[in-house]
Design a binder for this molecule. Structure first.
Ligand code: FAD
Length: 431
């Protein structure tokens, strides 16, 4: 466990490294840089752990169990390792970390522009400028809700919310709700809104089905043990696709309940296919629901087979419950292909269609044709520029809290080497 230490704050204006964002990723990098005696500052537009404070819905808990909540030099040590943190608990966890590592965070400081300057970078904020050799972009992978263009065709009478705007069912009128997207977010919102008594329709595309608990252990335990979360970006066949795989259908509840489409159907949520268009005030859904569900069931079966084979090989199989198989996803004989959005039966559409980073302030030629940051495992295509926390950035776990440790160690070492090239730090300081 880390002990708090007091250090000299870097001089305002000139510093070796600017870290943008004081979420867990930026803080983990700050700890590395402090350990390597690298002068740096962490610029944060809001407060520490800002996204967890302001961008998530009220009832959200982590879907990763407490034993998995770990950052470099720090881990959950409470009495409920198998539980799932609430949002205030996550904020407390990250704030404590920032205090223990004595991170040089400037809160309330929004970065408005990063440009190349003097062989390094000029970072302009609403509170002055910084000149630095290197920049670590830790501003989050989930900043902007990714809303599909079809949203523009919705009838004006409808209320629309993104997963970032949604807080609780009290925000909604009594009419029905169409939730678009069936990953962790979409399922959790559909479940909560249905339990509040409203009619809910869920538009389902490609999804990843997982039980919360398998053979008596959290599914995250198995993914961890099998090394699935450690799979590296340079080992997968189709990295672009791997980075777009939706989040698994999981929820963290004290009951450790599984939340899948069958559970929602049993509660009265109506399943439809992917939202593909809106015509004359009517939502049009693709006929692919059955295929998507069959594919998710098939992949779940393969995952469980892989787990069972590993359990037998490793001897773990004799310590845990017997293998299980789950009922196939139930799909209506003829799922509805169209839903009237203008007659008043649906009052709100919620977009649970994913998120993307916001780089509106990054004025450097480091983007591909689709506006994605060009990087090799977080080493961005500009000397001294690094990213953290992106989906499958270096490993499958890169965007999760427990993924920061390995990525920060490797990227921090790369950054320290880069600064050595500038003669900025003594060779023995950065290890
Ligand atoms: C709904 C949801 C549930 C999740 N559940 C889990 C989970 O159960 N377990 C898990 O491990 N992970 C989970 N994640 C993934 C991930 O851990 C979080 O998204 C986490 O917040 C990412 O941390 P980060 O430090 O990379 O980015 P963030 O926490 O987003 O931090 C980035 C920081 O940068 C700041 N910033 C952004 N732009 C600027 C700017 N221009 N100037 C200054 N500051 C700026 C922001 O204010 C923010 O504080 C979840 C994500 C979402 C969206």
């Amino acid at each position: 466990m880390i002990r708090a230490t007091r250090r000299r704050r870097p001089r305002a204006g000139i510093v070796d490294v600017v870290v943008i964002g004081a979420g867990h990723a930026g803080l983990a990098m700050s700890r590395y840089l402090s350990g390597a005696s690298i002068d740096h500052v962490v610029l944060e537009r809001g407060e520490i752990a800002n996204a967890w404070r302001h961008d998530r819905w009220d009832s959200l808990r982590l879907l990763t169990p407490n034993w998995q909540s770990r950052l470099p030099g720090y881990r959950y040590t409470g009495s409920d390792p198998d539980g799932y943190m609430t949002m205030p608990e996550v904020v407390g966890f990250i704030r404590t970390y920032a205090r223990l590592i004595d991170a040089p965070v400037r809160t309330g400081t929004t970065v408005t522009s990063v440009t190349g300057s003097d062989g390094g970078y000029r970072v302009v904020t609403d509170r002055g400028q910084w000149q630095c050799r290197a920049v670590v972009v830790a501003s989050g992978a989930h900043s902007i809700p990714a809303v599909p263009p079809v949203a523009a065709l919705l009838p004006a009478s409808l209320r629309t919310l993104t997963a970032k705007d949604y807080r609780n069912p009290g925000q909604l009128d009594d009419a029905g709700v169409l939730v678009v997207g069936a990953s962790a977010t979409g399922l959790q919102l559909a479940d909560e809104i249905r339990r509040s008594g409203r009619a809910v329709t869920l538009a389902v595309g490609e999804h990843i089905r997982m039980p919360r608990v398998y053979r008596g252990l959290d599914i995250q335990w198995w993914l961890d043990a099998l090394g699935i979360l450690d799979e590296r970006y340079d080992q997968v066949d189709d990295l672009v696709r791997a980075r777009r795989v939706p989040s698994p259908q999981l929820v963290g509840t004290p009951a450790r309940a599984t939340l899948d489409l069958n559970a929602l159907t049993a509660r009265g949520v109506r399943m439809v296919g992917r939202l593909v268009g809106i015509n004359d005030g009517k939502a049009q859904f693709s006929g692919s629901l059955r295929n998507h569900c069959a594919m998710a069931d098939l992949k779940l079966g393969r995952l469980l087979e892989r787990i069972d084979a590993w359990a037998e090989r490793s001897g773990k199989g004799s310590e845990v419950a017997a293998p299980e198989r789950f009922a196939p996803t139930r799909v209506e004989e003829t799922p509805c292909l169209s839903l009237d959005l203008s007659g008043g039966r649906v009052g709100t559409v919620i977009w649970a269609t994913g998120f993307r980073p916001d780089y509106g302030w990054l004025h450097l030629p480091v983007f591909d044709r689709k506006g994605r940051l060009r990087h090799d495992g977080g080493v961005v295509d500009a000397p001294g520029l690094y990213a953290l926390g992106l989906n499958f950035m270096r490993r499958r776990k890169s965007s999760f809290m427990h993924g920061a440790e390995d990525d920060v160690r490797e990227l921090g070492a790369h950054l320290a080497d880069f600064l050595r090239g500038w003669g900025r730090i003594p060779r023995r300081a950065a290890g």
